[in-house]
Design a protein around this ligand. Structure first.
Ligand SMILES: Nc1nc2c(c(=O)[nH]1)N[C@H]1C(S)=C(S)[C@@H](COP(=O)(O)OP(=O)(O)OC[C@H]3O[C@@H](n4cnc5c(=O)[nH]c(N)nc54)[C@H](O)[C@@H]3O)O[C@H]1N2
Ligand SMILES: Nc1nc2c(c(=O)[nH]1)N[C@H]1C(S)=C(S)[C@@H](COP(=O)(O)OP(=O)(O)OC[C@H]3O[C@@H](n4cnc5c(=O)[nH]c(N)nc54)[C@H](O)[C@@H]3O)O[C@H]1N2
Ligand code: SF4
Ligand SMILES: [Mo]
Length: 678
């Protein structure tokens, strides 16, 4: 029995350091260790159960090739009905021949990768894969499914300035959890929130749902989804009108205030409250508390961005600390993504400048597969993502993936719903079966570890498979980085402080950024904008956003589809990852008032539908969601609903105001009772 130090690269802000027990070449226990002081020796239940995932019946153990004549629409619990076992050599030869053929007949742009890589580190995404697709001249997939609107907003306003560290939450006197549910999606912030509250801090939750932490909060603003923009602008307007702007800070560090103020002035408290469906008094209370408190912290989450107003909403929320002068003190300011604390780069490993090629927004994959011509997409390579489950407009994505003339590779750890559409399925290792290096986007740590155990079955890493494909297609060149350790070194070397970081990674597998692991905004950290100031106005963004910058687009609800369907994170999975371990029927949460109107009782079967699709599940009647809102977690697998799909079947593929982001929470639906056995 041995114990090794590992890291968790899953798409979670926390970036835990792990202690992994190995017996007879198998992982038997995964727990936290103390190298990362913030994750402090404990981890979530998902990763504690990781051996069940690694060695479960759903694991893809070897390559497979589709049997001739089996339709991609056929559904079966047994993959062997649709696929036959193959060797790596045979499978890679099929991929090589088909990709070469497509490229010759239609050009490289007829090939498209389908990936996101949120749960991947530096060594399994954006390295040899990127080299392969660039050299092929494949269409470029825009990585917009998550954080694109907030990324656009943060780039525009603060040049992606990192934020307050979790451990500094404890210093705040007011914490606003704005569209973020740390009890599920980043558990290590919770003790620091509780510590602050225990020391007398006020806690405010801005969320259409009564999340766990809302239960003890001083104020829960259960706004309608997609209305954060008017709410934030109304708070800003209140600060202007009540003389609570930090004039000195604004004069020295903020530009575009006049234009911003004009837009905010259109949102008096009463109007914003009406649109958001909250009490005007609650908005006044929050404005007053925020103006008075210091340190005041806004923890902005990704629930704010997943709608038509997403980028403007995030930008307006993050404008508040600049206007009210909340920076420059420990625990004051905001936190969203801290990934820009690092300047590592995978480009030296890719070793190929990006060609000028067609770009495909991943949020419109279904459209791309069914509508694009000149050339049409003829080959799809799925890895580090599960498009048949997690992308918007699921029905259209699936229609596209089911095309008999589309050649699809799926490189996966487990038999996901995307595998059903594959021509070739390749086995991938989990993060404990391959070397990985990963930086947190919440926690300020970079970690590196070797494989804890050899790959399960015949699994091969992305790094290796893309090298092999480059070789087979004649795309490899002299001088290409071909070794993972050399790649890791080159990626770290891109940081000006790379020598120190590399040394620390070598010594204990963990390094903190140059600015330390708890920087103070406007103390140690400043905006990354060209002039180092906060920008509240931008002509180009104003021209691009459909309703202008800071312009509100109204709710897409109709009389036919009046309910807002939201699909946030849940504790038992990371998007679709681990969903296979929870084979219970998926539940839709609905407010008692909405349920009663539809004669729906707790545990009843439901039909949830709109013009895009239809979903069958079970009702959970609860006042944890506000009236007018229904909720089903993201990442549901087909086996969890009797209709064999998920909330994504009802999510439009429309795009956010800026950044081309996904609008999952703009799904508007109708719900009716449906017999459970019907
Ligand atoms: N356990 C677990 N952890 C995860 C993930 C997971 O799936 N499971 N996913 C990871 C990933 S990929 C990401 S991006 C992060 C996301 O983590 P979060 O930032 O927490 O994002 P969400 O879970 O999408 O939504 C957060 C909250 O926003 C609320 N919400 C929905 N619409 C709105 C709105 O319009 N306005 C406001 N104010 N609130 C709204 C939801 O009810 C939810 O409680 O979590 C990561 N961590
Ligand atoms: N309805 C709804 N849908 C959503 C969202 C929402 O709010 N609502 N949120 C969206 C968000 S925030 C995100 S980030 C996306 C995430 O969407 P996806 O990126 O599709 O996320 P996962 O479902 O976790 O799928 C990742 C897959 O990559 C595989 N994988 C992991 N490591 C490797 C590897 O090294 N090699 C290979 N080949 N495969 C690997 C895993 O087994 C897993 O199946 O989903 C989005 N989907
Ligand atoms: S998913 Fe998040 S909380 Fe769980 S082990 Fe990984 S980093 Fe830690
Ligand atoms: Mo995400």
């Amino acid at each position: 029995m041995t114990t090794t130090s590992q890291l968790c690269p899953l798409d979670c802000p926390d970036a835990c350091s792990l202690s992994v027990t190995v017996e007879d070449g198998r992982v038997t226990k995964v727990t936290g260790d103390h190298r990362n002081p913030v994750t402090a020796g404990y981890i979530c239940g998902k990763v504690r159960r990781f051996p069940k995932y690694m060695y479960g019946a759903d694991r893809v153990q070897r390559p497979y090739i589709r049997r001739a004549g089996v339709s991609k629409e056929a559904r079966s619990e047994d993959p062997l009905k649709a696929f036959r076992e193959a060797t790596w050599d045979e499978a890679l030869e099929v991929v090589t021949q088909r990709f070469a053929g497509v490229r010759e007949e239609f050009g490289g742009q007829a090939i498209l990768p389908a990936c996101y890589g949120g749960s991947n580190g530096y060594l399994s995404h954006g390295v040899t894969d990127e080299r392969f697709f660039r050299r092929l001249g494949a269409s470029r997939l825009l990585p917009t499914i998550c954080a694109a609107p907030s990324g656009a907003a943060q780039a525009l306003t603060y040049g992606r300035m990192p934020g307050v560290a979790f451990q500094d939450f404890a210093h705040a006197r007011l914490i606003v959890l704005w569209g973020m549910n740390p009890s599920s999606s980043g558990i290590h912030a919770v003790p620091f929130v509780k510590e602050a509250v225990k020391a007398g801090a006020r806690l405010v939750v801005v969320d259409p749902r009564q999340i766990q932490l809302a239960k003890g909060a001083d104020l829960h603003l259960a706004l309608r989804p997609g209305t954060d923009l008017p709410v934030a602008l109304a708070l800003a307007n209140w600060l202007f009108e009540h003389g609570r702007i930090d004039e000195a800070f604004v004069a020295a560090s903020v530009v575009g205030v006049t234009e911003f103020r004009e837009r905010a002035a259109q949102w008096p408290i009463a109007r914003a409250a009406e649109v958001a469906g909250v009490a005007p008094q609650d908005l006044e209370t929050l404005a007053g508390w925020y103006a008075d408190a210091s340190p005041a912290l806004i923890r902005c989450g990704w629930g704010v961005e997943r709608n038509r107003n997403g980028a403007s909403a995030v930008g307006a929320v993050l404008a508040l600390p600049a206007l009210a002068g909340k920076f420059g003190v420990r625990g004051g300011g905001y936190t969203m993504s801290n990934s820009r604390a690092w300047t590592l780069s995978t480009e030296p490993v890719v070793g190929q400048t990006p060609p000028t090629v067609r770009e495909v927004n991943m949020n419109q994959l279904g459209r791309a597969l069914t509508e694009l011509s000149n050339p049409p997409i003829k080959a799809l390579y799925v890895y580090d993502g599960n498009p048949a489950s997690t992308f918007p407009d699921q029905e259209r994505v699936r229609r596209g993936m089911a095309r008999p003339d589309l050649f699809t590779v799926v490189h996966e750890q487990v038999w996901t719903d995307s595998c059903r559409y594959a021509d070739v399925v390749l086995p991938a290792p989990t993060f404990l079966e391959q070397p990985e290096m990963y930086r947190g986007y919440g926690n300020y740590v970079l970690q590196k570890a070797g494989a804890a155990v050899p790959p399960v079955g015949l699994a091969r890493s992305n790094f290796d498979v893309f090298l092999a494909l480059c070789d087979r297609l004649g795309l490899s060149r002299e001088g290409d980085v071909r070794d993972v350790e050399v790649a890791a070194r080159a990626i770290v070397a891109a940081d000006p402080d790379g020598e120190r970081i590399w040394r620390e990674l070598g010594e204990r597998g963990l390094a903190v950024p140059t600015i330390g692991n708890a920087p103070v905004q406007f103390g140690d950290l400043f905006p990354g904008t060209p002039d180092g100031k906060v920008h509240l106005w931008d002509e180009a963004a104003d021209a691009e956003a459909p309703a202008g910058l800071w312009g509100y687009q109204p709710d897409p609800a109709t009389a036919q589809y009046p309910l807002a369907l939201i699909s946030p994170s849940s504790a038992d999975r990371i998007t679709g990852t681990f969903g296979n371990l929870r084979a219970k029927v998926a539940v839709l949460s609905i407010h008692p008032r909405d349920a009663k109107r539809r004669s729906v009782g707790d545990g009843d079967g439901l039909r949830v539908f709109n013009a895009l699709g239809e979903l069958h599940c079970v009702a959970r009647v609860t006042d944890e969601v506000r009236p007018g809102v229904v909720e089903m977690p993201k990442g549901v697998w087909d086996r969890e609903t009797s209709s064999g799909n998920s909330a994504n079947a009802l999510c439009p593929d429309t795009l956010s105001d800026l950044g081309g982001g996904a609008c999952f929470n703009d799904a508007r639906v109708q719900v009716e009772r449906r017999s459970l056995d019907g």
